[in-house]
Design a protein around this ligand. Structure first.
Ligand code: IDP
Length: 160
């Protein structure tokens, strides 16, 4: 779901970002990670992972009744994905802006989908659509002990 009105809050939030199998196959892993890294968000979880069907279905449970649901599950489980947890003030909405519209043809140039993809069914990256879903999805995709809390050396240069 694309929420263009979503305004970034000042609250420290967590979001689940996932490079989908097409992003991995197309060699876009470094490019996509670097966009969030350069923006100044904090990476707290990262792994390459072959997603089981049940997890893909749980992740996209809201879309269960959509006609494209079976193809979406096949797509997400077709190869490894890169699972990431990112933290920062307003990170949920900001990451959605960096990612761009669901249909890459409508995504603005400069966004990940706008620059790197052409079809909704191959839109290279996922980002949580609310802080609640950020928490839900991180809990779904990461086990305890897979997340790290740390203080980036650049922090005093990002925030006054
Ligand atoms: P989002 O990923 O921008 O939040 P959602 O509407 O939540 O978009 O849809 C989740 C994912 O389902 C999309 O990123 C895309 O991969 C897939 N999807 C959504 N709509 C379609 C469609 O009409 N055809 C094929 N795949 C779709």
């Amino acid at each position: 779901i694309f929420l263009p009105h979503l305004v970034a809050s000042m609250e420290v939030e967590e979001t689940y970002i996932m490079i989908k199998p097409d992003g991995v196959q197309r060699g876009l892993v470094g490019e996509i990670i670097s966009r969030f890294e350069k923006k100044g968000f904090k990476l707290t979880g990262l792994k390459l992972f072959q997603c089981p069907k049940e997890l893909a279905q749980e992740h996209y449970t809201e879309l269960q009744s959509k006609p494209f649901f079976p193809k979406l599950i096949d797509y997400i489980t077709s190869g490894p994905v890169v699972c990431m947890a990112w933290e920062g003030a307003g990170v949920v909405a900001s990451a959605r802006k960096l990612i761009g519209a669901t249909n890459p043809l409508n995504a603005e140039p400069g966004t990940i989908r706008g620059d790197l993809a052409v079809q909704t069914g191959r839109n290279v990256v996922h980002g949580s659509d609310s802080p609640e879903n950020g928490k839900r999805e991180i809990a779904l995709w990461f086990k305890e002990g897979e997340l790290s809390q740390w203080t980036p050396a650049q922090e005093p240069w990002l925030k006054e």
